[in-house]
Structures are given as C-alpha cells and as structure tokens.
Design a protein around this ligand. Structure first.
Ligand code: AMP
Length: 219
C-alpha cells in the first residue's frame, strides 16, 4: 500500500500519517523528519539543510530526492509506506513515479488535507513535538494535549516547539507551499489519485475519524 499525504504544513499530515502507519503496519516516512534528524549532525551538509528549514524554504530537489530515495529502498518500505512531506514539487512527484515504476509499484491514493491558512497558523503555533527520534509524537495544545503538561505521553521525553514552528517561518512555509507545492494537487487530480479532505473548524473531522475513513476506502 503506497499512500502519499499532501497538504500545507500544519494540516495534520504527520498525525494522520502516524496513525495510518500503525493501522496498516507500514512505515510513516516524513521528509521533514529525515531532514531534521540529518540537521543534528555536525557537517557542512547538515548546516546547509538547517538553513533551508529555518528560513521556511525548500531543500533543493536533487538532495531531497537522494535522501528520500535511499529511505524508500530500505527493507521496511518495500511493502508500502505513508509518505508525508514528499513530494513537494512536481519534479519530486515525477521522480517518485519513476522510482516506484522501476520497482513495479504505484501510488494507491494521495490524501489531500485542505485547511484555510488562518487555521493553519493557529494550529502550528499550538503544536508541540516529541524530539525523541524513536518517537516523534505530535501534540496540539487544543486538539490533542499531552496528559502531563510538556511531557510526551508515549516516551516521557520533554516536548519541544520546532524551531520552524514560529509565526514568521510558518508564513514563509505557507508562501512556499502555495508557490511550489500546491500544483501537486492538480498533478494528482489529473491522475485520479486525489482524495480530498476538507478540514476547518466547522467540518469537525477528527484524526481518528479520518484514519477510519481512509481505512474504509481500502476495504
Ligand atoms: P515538514 O516537517 O514536512 O514541515 O518539513 C520541514 C522542512 O523540511 C520544510 O519546511 C523544508 O525546509 C524541508 N522539507 C521537507 N520535505 C521537503 C521536500 N519534499 N522538499 C524540500 N524540502 C523539504
């Protein structure tokens, strides 16, 4: 099962992706997490990656494709994956198609989470993340608060606010999304792969309900 999560930053791709990963027993692969963990290293490439992330800009396609392709070729991903944050450009989408075709695979569904920008900013500012690389659970102070304030329910690690989850960087990330990633919506619509979920305060879609909905789509 090959699932792509599409949508602006802060729409819940990570949260839903992790849930689907447990549900279907296939890995949740987040390009943002790949970059965040690489950026902890102490080399020139790590510094370069961090500077793109901190400015809210995209890491260049060639480097992104190289790192994601390596992860997709790992054994656990060969039976399927939930891809979150990749592709983010049409060039990345085309490359993903190429990689999967060479392995005689194809994307089954692209889940597009659609949320208005104002609500995105509000959600991201309330986001808290577990920095433990083995866990990386995502919380929201309003929708999904941790049981104990500031502590991850799963592994007990103190939660952090991601460096790029401040209002100024979020606005740049949204701008980048509208300029370069939004065209993927049309790209996948034309391939009849797009499954759109309208999220807003009124729609009342919960993460749990959404994972359930996607599961029944496959049945
Ligand atoms: P995310 O965790 O998906 O919000 O990604 C955090 C940051 O990592 C983004 O703002 C980009 O700087 C970088 N990034 C993640 N995925 C990609 C991608 N597919 N292409 C380029 N840059 C990416």
């Amino acid at each position: 099962m090959e699932i792509v999560m599409l949508g602006a930053p802060g729409t819940g791709k990570g949260t839903v992706g992790k849930m689907l990963s447990k549900e279907f027993n296939i890995p949740h692969i987040s390009s943002g997490e790949i970059f965040r963990s690489y950026s902890q290293k102490h080399d020139k490439l790590a510094e370069k990656i961090k500077s793109y992330i901190d400015k809210g800009n995209l890491v260049p396609d060639d480097l992104t494709i190289e790192l994601v392709e390596k992860r997709l070729n790992e054994k656990d991903a060969l039976n399927g994956f939930i891809l979150d944050g990749f592709p983010r450009t049409v060039a990345q989408g085309e490359k993903l198609h190429e990689i999967l075709t060479a392995q005689e695979r194809a994307i089954n569904i692209v889940v597009y989470l659609d949320l208005p920008d104002e609500e995105i900013i509000d959600r991201i500012v309330k986001r808290r993340t577990c920095p433990n690389p083995e866990c990386r659970e995502i919380y929201n102070l309003e929708f999904k608060p941790p049981k104990q304030e500031g502590i991850c329910d799963i592994c007990g690690t103190p939660l952090i606010i991601r460096d790029d989850d401040n209002e100024e960087t979020v606005k740049q990330r949204l701008k980048t999304y509208h300029e370069t990633s939004e065209e993927l919506v049309d790209y996948y619509k034309k391939q009849a792969l797009l499954y759109t979920v309208k999220l807003n305060k009124e729609s009342n879609v919960t993460t749990m309900g959404l994972s359930e909905e996607i599961r029944s789509y496959f049945e």
